[in-house]
Write a protein that binds this ligand. Structure first.
Ligand code: ZN
Length: 449
């Protein structure tokens, strides 16, 4: 990667670094809370219009799309920057505009203030993910203003409804407007590209290459209805409770996918910390806040989350229901279901009420090399490392189009910041310097991808 930034370009890159702070702050000030209830959606449209205006101002043609189904205000914005080689497939750069709710009484600053203070931009969305939206906008604006032609087409997508599963955003667009992604074979988005400090001043940047599947399951047990005062050996509440307790306590086997194995190997190489299979949970716990995510990618999980049965204290109901939040590793769905049936036994009916499959791509190829080089140009001692996200993102939708998805929203973070706790957390905030760093990395990455 040569030093091809001339004097003028350096000035406009500096301008992008300044812009990114304003953009992040202004985006946070647009309350785009997504509770999951479509009737309460407030600012997604305003956020989308803001993004479209920022792009149009520097000369982009933008496409504004709302999902159908009589649903209003679920704004999605697209823009394409043409590359030098039209025969090459395009790169998708995506970010979601909605945020989860925030209770202002719990925060040090108002969650929709976008306050810039103490070296941070504060507010709901600061790390999930108006930070990346702002970095993408700042970079897209700088490339257009300077007439920089990237090696291949870049498709910028700003999306609604990620926090409720993307049914009015990415998932809807893939089903109903797949032409918007024509030619895209690779994508970057959340949740990756952030640094962890592995030893004094040495950072690893985690690139998301895999996501666990999200599978919500309803369990039902049917029994004999009857009077609560009489003897019964067929109580649906008792039998459901036993099954739910068995499942909740069940530990699924340790399964190391490539992403997890490569992550642990890289950490061992950088720190000497070993991850023996007989005490892997203990070793992973030493990773600090990140252990919350990494620990959850070692095995499938099934957490009971809802119970529903009965309508009166003295009536034994004829059925009882529970909902279980299952998170399944890539490639494990059939084995997981077999194990599930063994634990639950034959009397428990089960059905999927949501099932978004896991995904995994390999950590190799020119795009990964460019990520690595772009990071290393700004943080020379660093190393990029693949990892698996225990949750889900819009990548689940784009994976259905055969697009290779990576989490790459570059941020150089202070060693003592508990970054993973900020996602959906109180006092969500992002360092000003991290946004500037990320903008420089993204600029370099997009000019060379
Ligand atoms: Zn997010």
């Amino acid at each position: 990667m040569g030093n091809d930034v001339d004097g003028t370009a350096k000035v406009t890159l500096r301008q992008a670094e300044e812009e990114v702070i304003t953009l992040a702050s202004e985006l946070i000030r647009i309350d785009s809370t997504n509770t999951g209830d479509p009737d309460t959606v407030v600012g997604e449209r305003a956020a989308a219009e803001y993004v479209a205006a920022q792009l149009a101002e520097v000369g982009y043609d933008t496409t504004y799309v709302e999902s159908g189904n009589g649903m209003k205000g679920r704004g999605n914005v697209f823009a394409r920057l043409e590359g030098a080689d039209p025969s090459r497939p395009a790169l998708l750069v995506h970010g979601h505009l909605d945020v989860v709710p925030a209770d202002a009484s719990e925060w040090s600053v108002h969650p929709f203030s976008g306050a810039v203070q103490d070296g941070y931009v504060w507010g709901r969305g600061a790390v999930d993910m108006k930070d990346m939206v702002a970095m993408t906008l700042a970079t897209a604006r700088r490339l257009k203003r300077d007439g920089i032609v990237p090696p291949r087409d870049i498709v910028f997508a700003f999306l609604a409804d990620e926090e409720a599963g993307g049914m009015h955003g990415a998932q809807w667009l893939v089903d109903n407007r797949p032409e918007l992604f024509d030619g895209c074979t690779e994508a970057i988005g959340e949740v990756g590209g952030f640094s962890i400090t592995v030893k004094d001043g040495v950072r690893a940047y985690l690139i998301e290459t895999a996501e666990k599947g999200i599978a919500w399951m309803r369990l039902r047990v049917r029994g004999r209805a009857g009077h609560g005062s009489m003897l019964t050996d067929d109580n649906s509440v008792t039998r459901l409770s036993e099954a739910v307790a068995r499942l909740g306590r069940h530990r699924f086997p340790l399964v190391m996918t490539d992403s997890v194995r490569e992550f642990l190997a890289a950490i061992t190489e950088m720190t000497g910390l070993e991850f023996p299979e007989d005490d892997i949970d203990g070793a992973v716990a030493k990773l600090g806040g990140l252990a919350r995510i990494i620990g959850a990618t070692l095995r499938d999980t099934a957490n009971p989350t809802m119970l529903n049965a009965g309508y009166k204290a003295n009536v034994i109901p004829s059925s009882a229901e529970a909902v279980v939040d299952c998170r399944i590793l890539p490639g494990r769905q059939p084995a997981f279901e077999r194990e599930l049936d063994e634990v639950l036994g034959p009397d428990v009916e089960r059905e999927w009420i949501a099932n978004l499959p896991a995904l995994e791509t390999s950590f190799d190829g020119p795009l990964v090399d460019t990520m690595s080089a772009s990071i290393m140009a700004e943080d020379p001692g660093a190393k990029v490392v693949p990892y698996m996200l225990s949750g889900g993102t819009d990548a689940k939708a784009f994976d259905r189009l055969g697009i290779r998805c990576f989490g790459f929203a570059p941020l150089k973070l202070p060693a003592d910041l508990d970054f993973s706790a900020l996602f959906h957390g109180v006092d969500e905030r992002v360092p000003v310097e991290a946004l500037e760093f990320g903008t420089r990395v993204l600029d370099r990455f997009l000019r060379h991808s």
